[in-house]
Ligand binder design. Structure first.
Ligand SMILES: [Zn+2]
Length: 882
């Protein structure tokens, strides 16, 4: 583990390395406590590099050097210096190229950081992104050093019959003492962060795919023995991803094998190592008895995401870590489009926007704000953020909006053609679209460079006499840490003018801004657009499809918003109008409640919710999303300051109850209708019916104290979606009831040997609103099945409590923070990356009401003053306090 050197890495300091490593031969002699790694590196001095005397400095992280040779001869101790974190050859040979052989010794069994080579349930596996390879051997561990890897793995045949690495399989055979070996060769040069190795005793499910040019590919999914039956959906998703990338982006797979390995201890979701994706098993294993519909959708998206990286990330990688969004934002965009094509596009888009607003907006509006392409970092692990991933994806989506769909595809083709086999930059990417479109995207490029969510305000006025609509739009970008002055952005706003019949209206002419294909292009601070030839006053449907990730406020009549929520022909626009109405109401209501007044429960809004539920023309998944009121965190974010989570919870609960009481009978009938189902299928339409059914169950349960209906729903559930939903309703609406206690005990008994399902049990209890949940969470942290060493379990309990339980975590007495701080410090000693990630739950502390703000600050100061903080955690805590 590295100590904090305080070093800050800056984008402007980038320069190419003086040395290259065109070939890397690795031999692993695996042993849990004493693994030997022999790295034979062909080293070349780069053309144009400085004088021959330039030292060669290799990165390490906690390494133990066993021996060092150049061209087969030992290197004299005077010619190098070595520490766990660095190996410097003072004067490398004068020859243009030479072979350096580095032998290191590792203890994978003791590696609790889950970076580098470690053991998960007896299986050796690796995680090298971002800087884990330097925990395996001394290397130029940076993404612009591309090397062709040959890997020989030696291990005990009994405990590790399976030996996998990147690329294509080569020679295998026996060794003395019950050991054996396998050789893998990856012909595609790759950066060290894409290196992977897996060795252990796993079961495999195989399949085959033939690419459109006729290349047969052997597909393998490796899981723990006995879990083979839960891989069918992942395999199907993989094959659908492969076809989709050929069809939509023209990209074909390039190796003879594609392997996926599921492991139970993993810091992230999954990793796109070339030809050998390693997955958190949560994103591979699914069947109807153990996975919810959300799990199925996540598996589909993440399998696709990692597969798509083969072209966006692997074949074309990042020049340096500042360019992380080049692979992540682009690949998220690709997996979003894939899911939209596989499911309902409108529903998918609404879910994406909810996620973006829930995770990225608070980041952009708080102390951890950074541009999609950061300019500096102290710990790169802390930049695997919603901004890089989700906002990065939105920026790519906007490029498509700006240049048009066809030109976008041409730009992607040009990007692949130009940079295949290279380590590229965001500039390279955007240039491809400039070149195919002939457009100057320099103002657009600010989306990569400026942090903060732009604010857009709009106001429309209509003159019947002139048949003219005047639309005034203004943009501003708020200051963010380190960036007080902002430049004006190019904001593409998709829109529609909605006529009295709900259909979009046309216009004769427009002036004041570029308007093309239903998109207004804002480039100045203020635009005054005049639309002529408009016969009747239209309603304004602005930022359709969330074409730009901005905070939009439109000055408009409540009646217009209600109209759009019912009639906007664009389903996204319809949802957005409803959501704005709900958020505004809930904010007002929460303020009333905090001030000792009555809640706000508008009858027209309550009626609207009933009408949406009953509207058969809308697909069930859409109705389920519309009826899911903004979360407490959503309301808090939109309030922005002086946040009292208890008042927000009360406002939300009272509105749920008002809707439930007004439409109880109709909801019961609809619930019964949605409950009629044939055999289970994970497809989007069936999942949508289950989603609507379970949202309705929550409303019905909110009407009173009778826990029996939810308990019956729990007992009668025939799949995990329904079972988990019923348990959540019991826990949230009927806390402490006999039925709830019984269901919790039943769930635990049924799934105690199934970690992924038991995670749900922890998660549901951690999310139960109310200050008293902390005591339950404390008790769960002492449960024998809880361990801070397993990231999934930790996220299920502590991650859920801190990020999805506003009233429990932000308890006014600060006890929630105290519990959280103790856990974070314990985790940090083992796994800094995960500790730092969890700690971001405190990022919005400044927007709390004064009493809570004070205790949150105390909690952060306590973390900051703790001894021996990792560089990861210190970075987050100090930026959060700054
Ligand atoms: Zn990714």
């Amino acid at each position: 583990m590295r100590s904090d050197t305080g070093q800050v890495f800056k984008l402007e300091d980038y320069r190419p390395c003086d040395y290259l490593i065109p070939e890397t031969d690795l031999t692993f002699r695996l042993d849990p406590d004493r693994t030997i790694v022999v790295a034979q590196l062909s080293i070349e001095r780069r053309d144009g590099a400085r004088a021959a005397k330039t030292p060669l400095v290799l990165d390490g992280d906690g390494l133990e050097l066993v021996s060092l040779e150049i061209d087969g001869a030992p290197v004299s101790g005077d010619d190098y210096t070595v520490s766990p974190d660095r190996l410097s050859l003072h004067a490398p040979p004068a020859a243009r190229s030479f072979t350096l052989t580095v032998t290191t010794r590792l203890a994978p069994a003791g590696n609790e950081a889950l970076m580098g080579l470690y053991r998960s349930n007896g299986v050796y596996c690796t995680q090298c992104e971002a800087e884990g390879f330097r925990r395996i051997t001394y290397f130029l561990d940076r993404p612009d050093i591309l090397s062709v890897y040959t890997v020989r793995i030696e291990a005990d045949r009994g405990s590790a019959p399976l030996l996998l690495s990147n690329g294509n399989p080569g020679e295998t055979g026996p060794l003395p003492d019950g050991r054996h070996f396998a050789v893998w060769h990856d012909p595609f040069p790759k950066p060290s962060y894409l290196f992977a190795l897996v060795a252990g005793d796993l079961a495999v499910v195989k399949d085959r795919f033939v690419t459109r040019s006729g290349r047969p590919v052997e597909l393998g999914i490796y899981v723990e023995h006995g879990k083979q039956g839960r891989t069918a959906y992942a395999m199907d998703a993989l094959k659908r991803s492969m076809i989709w990338d050929e069809t939509v982006f023209g990209r074909e797979y390039d190796l003879d094998v594609f392997n996926i390995v599921a492991v139970s201890d993993f810091n992230m979701g999954a990793m796109e190592n070339k030809g050998l994706n390693i997955f958190n098993d949560k994103y591979v294993l699914a069947d109807e008895d153990t996975a919810t519909d959300a799990d199925f959708a996540n598996i589909e998206a993440i399998i696709a995401h990692e597969y798509f990286h083969n072209w966006t990330g692997n074949r074309i990688t990042c020049r340096d870590w500042f360019q992380l969004c080049l692979k992540e934002g682009l690949t998220v965009y690709r997996d979003h489009e894939f899911s939209a094509d596989q499911r309902s596009r409108a529903v998918k888009r609404i879910a994406e926007v909810r996620l973006l607003k829930g995770h990225q907006f608070p980041e952009d509006q708080g102390p951890l704000a950074h541009p999609v392409r950061p300019r500096r970092y102290r710990e790169i692990n802390n930049f695997y953020t919603a901004t890089v991933y989700e906002k990065g994806s939105e920026v790519v989506r906007m490029i498509r909006t700006v240049v048009g769909a066809e030109t976008f595809r041409q730009g992607m083709d040009l990007y692949f053609e130009r940079h295949d086999g290279e380590a590229a930059t965001v500039e390279d990417f955007v240039r491809a679209f400039e070149d195919v479109s002939g457009q100057d995207l320099s103002q657009f490029f600010l989306w990569y460079q400026q942090a903060g969510t732009p604010n857009v305000t709009a106001k429309a006025s209509y003159s019947a006499a002139d048949k003219e609509l005047v639309l005034e739009i203004e943009q501003s970008v708020p200051p963010t840490p380190g960036e007080s002055r902002k430049r004006l952005m190019h904001i593409p706003l998709a829109f529609g003018l909605v006529g009295p019949d709900g259909a979009d209206m046309g216009w004769d002419h427009v002036e004041g801004a570029t308007v093309k294909d239903g998109v207004i292009h804002l480039r100045k601070r203020k635009h005054r657009l005049r639309f002529g030839g408009i016969a009747k006053r239209p309603r304004l449907s602005l930022n359709r499809g969330f074409s730009a990730p901005v905070t939009l406020s439109v000055e408009e009549k409540r009646a217009d918003r209600l109209f759009l929520a019912r009639h906007d022909g664009d389903l996204y626009g319809r949802w957005q109008a409803l959501n704005t109405l709900l958020v505004d109401t809930l904010i007002r209501s929460a303020r009333h409640i905090r001030g000792g007044r009555d809640a706000v429960l508008p009858e027209d809004l309550v009626a609207l919710c009933g009408d949406i539920a009953a509207d058969d023309a809308l697909e069930p998944a859409y109705r389920a999303l519309a009826l899911t009121l903004p979360s407490e965190a959503d309301i808090a974010r939109e309030m922005g300051s002086n946040i009292d989570p208890d008042a927000i919870l009360a406002a939300r609960t009272l509105l749920v109850q008002a809707i439930a009481h007004a439409h109880g009978a109709d909801f019961e009938a609809l619930h019964a209708e949605m409950s009629q189902a044939g055999p289970f299928s994970p497809d989007a339409e069936s999942a949508g019916r289950r989603a609507l059914k379970n949202v309705l169950l929550d409303y019905l349960a909110a009407r009173g104290a009778d826990a029996a209906p939810a308990a019956q729903h729990y007992a009668g559930a025939t799949n995990m979606t329904d079972r988990a939903a019923a348990l959540a309703v019991l826990v949230n609406r009927h806390a402490g009831s006999a039925e709830t206690m019984q269901a919790l005990a039943d769930f635990e008994r049924s799934y105690r040997d199934d970690p992924l399902v038991l995670d749900k049990w922890f998660q549901i209890q951690a999310a139960a609103p109310g200050p008293e949940t902390l005591e339950a969470v404390r008790a769960l942290a002492a449960h024998p099945a809880f361990s801070v060493a397993n990231p999934n379990r930790l996220r299920a309990l502590v991650g859920t409590f801190s990020s999805a339980n506003q009233t429990g975590f932000h308890r006014a007495d600060g006890e929630g923070y105290r519990f959280f701080g103790d856990i974070i410090l314990a985790v940090d000693r083992k796994n800094p990356q995960v500790a730092a990630r969890l700690a971001t739950a405190l990022r919005s502390w400044r927007s709390l009401e004064p009493e809570r703000k004070a205790v949150a600050r105390e909690a952060l100061l306590r973390l900051a003053s703790a001894d021996g903080l990792s560089v990861d955690l210190r970075d987050i805590v100090e930026r959060t306090l700054a």
